[in-house]
Design a protein around this ligand. Structure first.
Ligand SMILES: [Zn+2]
Length: 569
């Protein structure tokens, strides 16, 4: 039994994510986790919310809540939505957990001992009125480029120019509106990534099987300009993990916290500790420490392309720099972006479908199927309602759903709700089984290669074989002249429904469970020997005609949704 550690990039805490976020990390990670479990392998699948940093503070202030309370509430909201999409995390943790506090402080302490952290003096905007330093996003003023009066400290939303807060004309505090801002000296810690550059590069070069999207982004950051730069790992904020050297105070760093990018990936490890502390597991080290059992673990990460630099360079710099035997990632699967109906998803303009809204209008499987079968792998992909309607109606309703419905209803009308007996298989069946075996082996190979779209394509092709067989065998005609042969055809077709339920479960878990329940079987073992798999339900086995597995999306619904999610809010 192989052991798979799987993590999804952790979603930021402020607000509900859109379908593009879902398909860029959590959903394909879930697909892979479900597939590996279905193959009988041992899986630890982890995700969490990323809770620190300025955007969380600002969102909490906007909601009129203390930031800790805001994060706790939003974690619950995201957790419920993840359940709605059937994301099968073994644990959904929080980067603000006590476990992550301790571990982040531990890594900082070890890195400092090894001479990989240095102190840098900087000047930063300070607001005497607010009694605090103000990060970029806490400062607004007039854009020096276009004259827009509400430009942010990091960027002007009007002309998109990247800004430094000192460039703003008439800068003011976002918190209080105070204008008596001044530049003050402050000290920060930097992680000396440049010192570990060669080690990181050698490690990336050893990963010859990584997707080009992943390695090309990593190489660009390693070599562009002056090469890999040291990065600040602390901030003058209240909300975050206090800067400590292990368990010791860090002189000169009082009142500062670690920068969110430093503590967020460490949460992957802390999340496994949370999983144990929540009573769901008993040993996190055998997944994360190569000196304590993790040397045979295969670790796969899933993320959008914007997260690749953190996962190929900065998090490995933390791990390699520590000199401790932590498990490094084996494979990084990254995704391009999903666009929405001729543009981009936009949170601020309410453009596109967000995860909570999606579940209000259709069950999770409809979205899972479309998103995964159109995953933005080799290039950006686009969600359109026409494509969604056509994919759901054809693949799910006409092909898979219709096969299950026709077979079970025909059986009920001619033989009753029981697997019929009699008849022997002929050439047509031998060919069908060989074709099915070929598609399933291809499906397995694509899944092992993390090729999401191609895996969906092979699965769809396996479904299509069922309908083609029904057309050709035509049991409704056979029944009139040779009822025994029709019984054999239907017995085989009922077993194919079970087979489809098993192999489709990583994509569409609810439909899979519904079909297995209708067939009154709990045998969901992966089909190794297809002949055996297709005789699992013996003659005489009782079943029920399932409820409609997938319904069609009407033109009226499509038009209604298109208008509703076009964005204005
Ligand atoms: Zn501007």
């Amino acid at each position: 039994m192989a052991r798979h550690l799987i993590t999804s990039a952790i979603p930021y805490i402020n607000g509900i994510k859109h379908l593009g976020n879902l398909v860029g990390s959590q959903l394909p990670a879930d697909l892979f986790a479900r597939y590996q479990r279905a193959r009988g392998n041992e899986v630890l699948f982890l995700c969490a919310t990323d809770e620190h940093g300025t955007p969380a503070e600002l969102a909490a202030a906007k909601a009129g809540k203390p930031v800790a309370e805001y994060c706790a509430e939003m974690h619950e909201v995201q957790s419920k939505i993840a359940e709605g999409f059937r994301l099968s995390f073994d644990h959904f943790g929080r980067s603000s957990s006590p476990q992550n506090h301790r571990l982040t402080q531990h890594f900082a302490g070890v890195l400092a001992e090894r001479g990989l952290i240095r102190e840098v003096s900087e000047t930063q905007m300070y607001s005497p009125t607010d009694g605090r330093y103000l990060p970029d996003r806490y400062i607004e003023g007039t854009c020096p480029n276009c004259g827009f009066e509400d430009a942010r400290g990091d960027q002007c939303d009007n002309c998109t120019k990247q800004l430094d807060p000192v460039e703003l004309i008439n800068p003011r505090s976002v918190i209080s509106g105070a204008t008596d801002l001044e530049m003050r000296e402050t000290k920060h810690l930097y992680l000396c990534q440049s010192q570990i550059k060669d080690e990181i590069e050698a490690w990336i070069d050893s990963k010859s099987d990584w997707p080009v999207l992943t390695t090309s982004i990593a190489k660009k950051w390693l070599h562009d300009g002056d090469g890999l730069q040291d990065r600040g790992i602390t901030r003058d904020l209240d909300w975050g993990i206090p800067v400590k050297k292990g368990e010791e105070e860090w002189p000169g760093m009082e009142g500062k916290v670690f920068y969110v990018w430093f503590d967020a990936p460490i949460e992957y490890i802390a999340c496994a500790q949370e999983w144990v502390d929540a009573g769901k597991g008993d040993d996190w080290e055998r997944w994360w420490r190569t000196d304590k059992g993790a040397e045979d673990v295969t670790y796969t990460q899933f993320m959008g392309k914007d997260n690749v630099p953190f996962h190929t360079l900065t998090f490995p710099a933390t791990i390699l720099g520590s000199g401790e035997p932590w498990k490094l990632v084996d494979y990084i699967k990254s995704f391009n972006y999903l666009n929405y109906d001729g543009g981009q998803f936009s949170t601020s303009r309410g453009r596109g479908v967000f995860m909570d809204q999606a579940l209000e209008i259709l069950p999770a499987d409809y979205w899972r199927w479309w998103l995964l079968s159109h995953a933005p792998e080799s290039s950006d992909a686009e969600f359109t309602w026409e494509n969604f309607q056509s994919s759901v109606n054809k693949d799910l309703a006409d092909v898979l759903g219709n096969f299950a419905s026709r077979v079970t209803k025909f059986c009920r009308s001619k033989f009753g709700e029981v697997v019929p007996e009699g008849g022997t298989m002929g050439e047509l069946e031998t060919k069908l089984i060989a074709d099915l075996a070929e598609k399933i082996r291809e499906y397995e190979a694509q899944m092992e290669a993390h090729e999401v779209r191609k895996a969906a394509g092979a699965l769809r092709a396996a479904w299509v074989l069922g309908n083609e067989y029904l057309q050709e065998a035509a049991p409704w005609s056979t029944f009139k002249t040779d009822p025994e042969a029709a019984a054999m055809q239907i017995r085989l077709a009922l077993n194919m429904i079970r087979l489809y339920a098993v192999i489709s479960s990583p994509f569409i878990p609810d439909a899979s469970a519904q079909l297995l329940a209708a067939l009154k079987t709990e045998d969901d073992g992966w089909p190794g020997d297809l002949d055996a798999a297709l005789s699992t339900l013996p003659a005489g086995h009782a079943f029920e005609v399932p409820e409609v597995t997938f319904r069609k999306i009407t033109d009226a619904e499509r038009e209604d949704w298109q208008e509703r999610f076009a964005g204005t809010r």
